[in-house]
Ligand binder design. Structure first.
Ligand code: UDP
Length: 264
């Protein structure tokens, strides 16, 4: 008898839309929405280096929620709707533009390596760079000429993306400086949000210490993913400190990474 068979598919099973290195996207509760799930996976150097860092996903979910909520509040459009639980947030489904948009205020990382500018040098002005999102090609840097010629975005969309990137940079620089943190550089991704026949470009993905370089103003200590890239350790402690300074977590609140465990 069919109805006596045990349910093989749990009620909670959701349709997976996409699985990335640090996040998974599931079908959302309503059309046009998705659930973004933050994993503990840390990857670098195009995923050649990979580790699970207990608690990272929970912290990034909270920090990204805080930043996107504030961006929405100051009128910078984003895909973010609300956080659902420790690791998940409800977002609007957008058509991701296949570019990583990097904004730099201070020389570090690949800019320092490629152009021989010492890490920590203040740049004469903020610089925006574009990288084509393609793992097989190691995300090569591309120019506006490439972007328009290959149809990844139109000239108008590039203008909108750059305007968003500058507004995000202004907001984040002030936010972090207010809590004793220097915003060295960061990466955003943008998407096309369709509302009927109308389309606008919004900030998508995440903004967290995984996608920013954050240095303590006084000590220059790194409070970001470079701790993993450079095998420095103390990543969860650094991300927790970022969350505490932003007032997201209380001073004595431990990072809860999972539900209660069964003690036998
Ligand atoms: N970034 C990122 N994802 C990437 C590449 C870079 O979030 O796939 C961020 C990185 O954390 C830093 C900024 O973008 O805040 C600039 O990174 P850079 O080009 O210096 O590359 P990296 O040295 O990290 O390879």
């Amino acid at each position: 008898m069919d109805f006596l068979k045990p349910r093989l598919i749990p009620m909670t099973r959701r349709r997976k839309i996409y699985e990335g290195k640090a996040k998974t996207l599931y079908e959302g509760p309503e059309p046009g929405t998705l659930i973004q799930h933050f994993k503990d996976d840390a990857t670098a150097f195009n995923a050649q280096k990979h580790e699970i860092i207990d608690g990272k996903g929970v912290l990034n979910n909270r920090i990204s929620e805080y930043i996107f909520n504030n961006l929405n509040a100051i009128g910078v459009p984003t895909h973010f709707i609300r956080r659902l639980n420790m690791r998940e947030q409800l977002i609007r489904e957008v058509e991701i533009i296949p570019l990583e948009v990097v904004v730099r205020n201070v020389a570090a990382g690949s800019l320092s390596t490629k152009l021989g500018i010492e890490e920590g040098t203040q740049l004469p002005r903020s610089i925006i760079e574009f990288y084509y999102k393609k793992d097989e090609l190691n995300d090569p840097m591309v120019s506006e000429e490439h972007i328009t010629a290959f149809g990844w975005a139109t000239p108008q969309e590039i203008d909108d993306i750059m305007a968003l990137a500058i507004r995000v940079n202004d907001f984040l620089s002030g936010l972090f400086l207010g809590v004793g943190i220097r915003l060295i550089d960061f990466k955003i991704e943008c998407g096309r949000l369709w509302e009927g026949d109308m389309m606008r470009i919004v900030v998508a993905d995440e903004i967290s210490p995984d996608s920013c370089r954050l240095w303590d103003v006084k000590s220059n200590d790194k409070m970001d993913k470079d701790r993993f890239r450079k095998d420095m350790g103390g990543l969860v402690e650094a991300y927790t400190e970022v969350a505490r300074r932003l007032g997201i977590m209380k001073d004595d609140e431990p990072v809860r990474t999972s539900g209660p465990k069964l003690v036998q």
